[in-house]
Every structure is written in structure tokens, then in C-alpha cells.
Design a protein around this ligand. Structure first.
Ligand SMILES: *[C@@H]1O[C@H](CO)[C@@H](O)[C@H](O)[C@H]1NC(C)=O
Ligand SMILES: *[C@@H]1O[C@H](CO)[C@@H](O)[C@H](O)[C@H]1NC(C)=O
Ligand SMILES: *[C@@H]1O[C@H](CO)[C@@H](O)[C@H](O)[C@H]1NC(C)=O
Ligand SMILES: CC(=O)N[C@H]1CO[C@H](CO)[C@@H](O)[C@@H]1O
Length: 266
């Protein structure tokens, strides 16, 4: 169940809402003007990495059926506090040899905190593709295992987004999502979230759907940064790279460009 209301506090347009266990407020600004943030639920098909296998290679590599990218581990004495990155929204197309139908192909691009402990702080962009709608890009946030929510930030393929997620405690967070060039950003303040362990941070391209992963143009995550509660900074150096498998073999890989940049390609 989701409830949404618009409250006027002076000049501030504050949207508030609730999911099963969590509540949130949001403020959105477009070219400096306050505009209402509007949320709607997405199908709940977003999962933790499925069937991880640990590759025996020089660089740590894990294979999954639904994620490609990189996962960072917090230093032994540290807990992750923020994760951020910028990227351009890729375009997706029908997998080779398949035909576009009424069921949608899906792809998400996101940053997150935690991947292995039952809760995931995550937000980013995505798109689905089918015959009725064509290719529909969208902006979403989620605190897994609660379902994903779409938020009404304008988005076009090729747009540059910046996202910064902050775990202010194990059950509270601030999500900042911005369409950079358009100057439209939303800040969502959340409480009552499923308990985090703050031990992983990640930059991911995901297939959240049930069909095969669509072909996609390269996703270059730039300004990749995860900081701990004590201020230690980590980027892509030292991450486990994540490769995505389909039933026919590897379809997508994360590849380090340097400590602040990660390329994920089909
Ligand atoms: C990689 O896979 C192994 C084996 O399943 C798992 O123990 C490890 O936590 C995974 N690493 C990451 C960073 O997900
Ligand atoms: C992310 O948000 C936190 C909390 O607002 C802030 O301290 C940090 O500087 C931000 N990081 C970036 C890279 O914008
Ligand atoms: C990573 O590479 C990009 C592109 O070459 C460059 O602009 C950036 O400064 C590099 N960052 C680091 C941390 O080396
Ligand atoms: C719909 C919309 O306003 N999207 C904008 C987001 O930012 C890009 C630039 O990166 C603009 O080209 C889009 O028009």
C-alpha cells in the first residue's frame, strides 16, 4: 500500500508516503523551482544477485544471472555511509535472435549499499521495451526487500544522472537523484527501512525482468565513490567485478577503467 499527500510548508512542496514498513518524504526541484514529487509502484521483480559463483581468476570476479558491475567491500573496521556515481542512461534493444513482443525487456542502472545481507539501499535509472510502449525510460528507488518506486524526474535516453545514497543509520537514509543537465533533482528522506549491514557498496547494471537481458549501449559509471562512516573513501580499485550470465553464457561484464570509472558492457 502506498499513500501520497502533498503538504505545503511555506515555499516547500513536501511529498510524503509509506510502503509496508517504511515511510518517506521527498522534495523535488526543477530549474530551481519546487515541483511535486510523485511516486508509483513498479512490479516487484528486483532481486538480490542470483546464483553467485566465485571465479578463480587473478582479479576477483563473480558471475550472476542478473547483475553486472562491481561490488566493493568496506574495510574491516568500517561501515559504508554513502555511495555515488554519474552515468548516462543507455538505450536497450531486443536480444539478438529474439522478437519484440508484449512482454517487456528490462534494464536498470543503479548504485547501492549492501548486496549480501538481506537489505539493499538502491536507486537509479532504467528502461523497459515492448511492442505497446516502445522504449520507456524511468527513474526509480528501492529499499529491498520493499518493492521499487518510480519517481517523476524527467528522463530521456542519453541523459546524465548523478545519484548519491546516504545511510544515515541502519534503518534511515537520504537518496539524492539528479538529472544533471536538466537541473532536476529529488531528495527522498526515508525511515523505518529494512536493517542494513553497510558492508558492501556497488555500481550495477541489472536485468530485473523475467525475459533475457536486452542488448544495451555501454554504461560508464563515473565519479564512483563510496565513503565509510569514518570518512575512508573507496572507488573501483579492489572491487569484485560482476559478470552477468544468461543460459547461453556471459552477456555482460563490469570492467574497471580506473578507481573512479567503471565500464559495464554487453
Ligand atoms: C562472490 O561469490 C562468493 C561465492 O558465492 C561469495 O562468498 C562472495 O561474497 C561474493 N562476493 C561479492 C563481493 O559479492
Ligand atoms: C552524498 O550525500 C552526503 C549526505 O548528504 C554528503 O555528505 C556527501 O558529500 C554527498 N556526496 C557526494 C559525492 O555528493
Ligand atoms: C579516470 O579516467 C578518466 C578518463 O580518462 C579521467 O578523466 C579521470 O581523471 C581518471 N580518474 C582517476 C581517478 O584516475
Ligand atoms: C525530460 C528532460 O527534461 N530530460 C533532460 C535531462 O537532461 C538532459 C541532458 O543530460 C536533457 O537533454 C533532457 O532534456
Amino acid at each position: 500500500m502506498k499513500t501520497t499527500s502533498f503538504l505545503l510548508f511555506g515555499a516547500l512542496l513536501l511529498t510524503s508516503g509509506a510502503l509496508a514498513s517504511i515511510s518517506y518524504t521527498a522534495k523535488m526541484a526543477h530549474r530551481g523551482a519546487e515541483v511535486p514529487a510523485v511516486f508509483s509502484s513498479l512490479p516487484r521483480r528486483h532481486h538480490r544477485p542470483k546464483q553467485p559463483r566465485h571465479g578463480k581468476r587473478q582479479h576477483p570476479i563473480n558471475n550472476t544471472l542478473n547483475w553486472a558491475g562491481a561490488i566493493q567491500e568496506a574495510p574491516t573496521s568500517g561501515l559504508f555511509y554513502t555511495v555515488s556515481a554519474s552515468w548516462q542512461v543507455p538505450s536497450i534493444s531486443t536480444p539478438v535472435g529474439q522478437t519484440l513482443g508484449t512482454d517487456a525487456y528490462w534494464l536498470y542502472e543503479w548504485v547501492g549499499i549492501d548486496s549480501l545481507c538481506g537489505a539493499i539501499l538502491q536507486a537509479g535509472t532504467g528502461a523497459y521495451l515492448n511492442t505497446q510502449s516502445g522504449q520507456v525510460p524511468l527513474v526509480w528507488w528501492e529499499w529491498f526487500p520493499e518493492g521499487p518506486q518510480v519517481v517523476n524526474i524527467p528522463i530521456n535516453l542519453g541523459d546524465t544522472f548523478f545519484t548519491n545514497l546516504t545511510a544515515t543509520s541502519t534503518t534511515t537514509a537520504i537518496y539524492f537523484i539528479e538529472n544533471v543537465t536538466q537541473g532536476c533533482a529529488v531528495t527522498i528522506t526515508i525511515s523505518g527501512g529494512p536493517t542494513l549491514c553497510q558492508t558492501n557498496a556497488e555500481w550495477v547494471v541489472e536485468n530485473p525482468g523475467v525475459l533475457d537481458t536486452p542488448v544495451f549501449t555501454d554504461v560508464i559509471f563515473t565519479n564512483c565513490l563510496a565513503t565509510t562512516t569514518t570518512g575512508a573513501q573507496q572507488g573501483i580499485d579492489g572491487t569484485t567485478l560482476i559478470y552477468m550470465d544468461s543460459k547461453d553464457g556471459e552477456v555482460s561484464k563490469g570492467s574497471e577503467i580506473n578507481d573512479s570509472q567503471l565500464r559495464v558492457f554487453y
